[in-house]
Design a binder for this molecule. Structure first.
Ligand code: KG4
Ligand code: ZN
Length: 343
């Protein structure tokens, strides 16, 4: 199965055998193009995808040592994401499907982040609770089986990755922010700044990260100041602030994930999305799951961030169930609230 993902700022293609064995995974990062803008610029992303897509697909096939004639299908992310960016991968996938008469399968990017957990591993036990924390999404799902997800909660404002990116900007750290905040936090005391942890109501499975981000802004640059322009307050302990911010976000993500497992009775947790690459989140989830005897699967960091192997993994499962799309498959920018897997 060939997988293609151009939903945001990475042009990705991969070849996966048997729905889980990675033969290749190529990710062309656009980070250097977007860095000076401090975020992804959609028009630049689309152009870069257009320039990269053919080379990236060819590279994925050649590293896997397969030709188009060896493929059994093509899986492509068609939702959610930047619409112009999605269309580049979708058009490429349709062209190959049409030219080689191969089945085409549209894949939900969020579901793909969950099923990254099967790559080069066993299937995780079901039902499972899945935490997807990325730059665009922060949600909890009950996964009953492949293709049958129920959303249990989601962010009411910023995604966790977006909060990390903004925190990095506030602290004058680099872009993208998650890895920079994590690196800075390594030298800091997580108790340095007592940020309030946004649990919302006691039984809520929703998230809110904008309050802790604003608290960090006031702490670092003083109240009533605009983020850009105002200098860091003299003597601000940047590693301490980064560690305290990370600890607050990680504590909330961990507590709510375990709360979701308790509520649904699921005995296994899966985590995915760029924020699941965070070492402190991985550590806290591992401790919390071990304490309660709950199983945990988190893909290696490079499979938490965007890639196309996870798309091929979901596509292979859909194809095995006899599901496929035709050339009318369209791109969609958003997910449905309650059933993100419905096409
Ligand atoms: O899943 P992903 O690659 O793309 C989306 O689908 O959004 O996630 C990217 C997000 C960015 O916001 C990035 O800052 C965050 O994941 N991220 C991290 C780490 N690595 C990436 N956040 C915290 N710690 C990390 N180590
Ligand atoms: Zn993603």
């Amino acid at each position: 199965m060939l997988g293609i993902d151009t939903s945001c700022d990475e042009t990705a293609a991969a070849v996966v055998a048997g729905g889980r064995r990675m033969l290749s995974s190529v990710v062309a990062s656009q980070v250097p193009l977007h860095r000076r803008f401090g975020g992804v610029v959609p028009e630049i992303a689309c152009r870069a995808h257009t320039e990269n897509i053919t080379r990236v697909v060819e590279e994925a096939l050649s590293r896997a040592a397969v030709g188009l004639g060896d493929l059994t299908g093509i899986a492509v992310t068609n939702r959610p994401g930047l619409i112009g960016a999605l269309l580049v991968g979708l058009s490429a996938a349709k062209a190959i499907a049409l030219a080689r008469d191969l089945p085409l399968v549209g894949v939900d990017h969020v579901e793909a982040h969950i099923f990254a957990a099967v790559l080069d591993r066993e299937d995780f036990p079901l039902p499972a609770v899945a935490l997807v924390a990325s730059g665009g999404h922060t949600s909890l799902y009950l996964v009953r089986e492949a293709g049958d997800l129920e959303e249990l909660g989601r962010t009411t404002d910023d995604a966790a990755g977006e909060a990390f990116d903004k925190a990095a900007a506030i602290l004058d750290l680099g872009y993208p922010g998650g890895p920079e905040v994590e690196a800075a936090a390594r030298g800091g005391d997580p108790r340095a700044v007592p940020f309030k942890r946004p649990y919302l109501s006691p039984d809520s499975l929703d998230f809110s990260f904008s309050g802790v981000k604003t608290a960090l802004l006031y702490h670092a640059r003083g109240q009533n100041r605009k983020r850009r322009g105002a200098p860091l307050r003299p003597g601000v302990d940047v590693p301490g602030a980064a560690a305290s911010f990370q600890e607050a976000v990680v504590a909330v993500l961990t507590r709510k994930t375990l709360r979701a497992a308790e509520r649904t009775g699921a005995r296994h947790v899966v985590a995915g999305g760029g924020v699941a690459a965070n070492g402190r989140l991985r550590e806290r989830l591992a401790e919390a799951c071990a304490e309660r005897g709950i199983g945990l699967t988190i893909p290696p960091p490079e499979l938490c961030t965007d890639n196309a192997a996870m798309v091929a993994a979901v596509g292979a499962r859909r194809l095995a169930r006899g599901e496929r799309d035709d050339l009318r498959l369209d791109a969609r920018s958003r997910i449905d609230r309650w059933n993100p897997t419905r096409s």
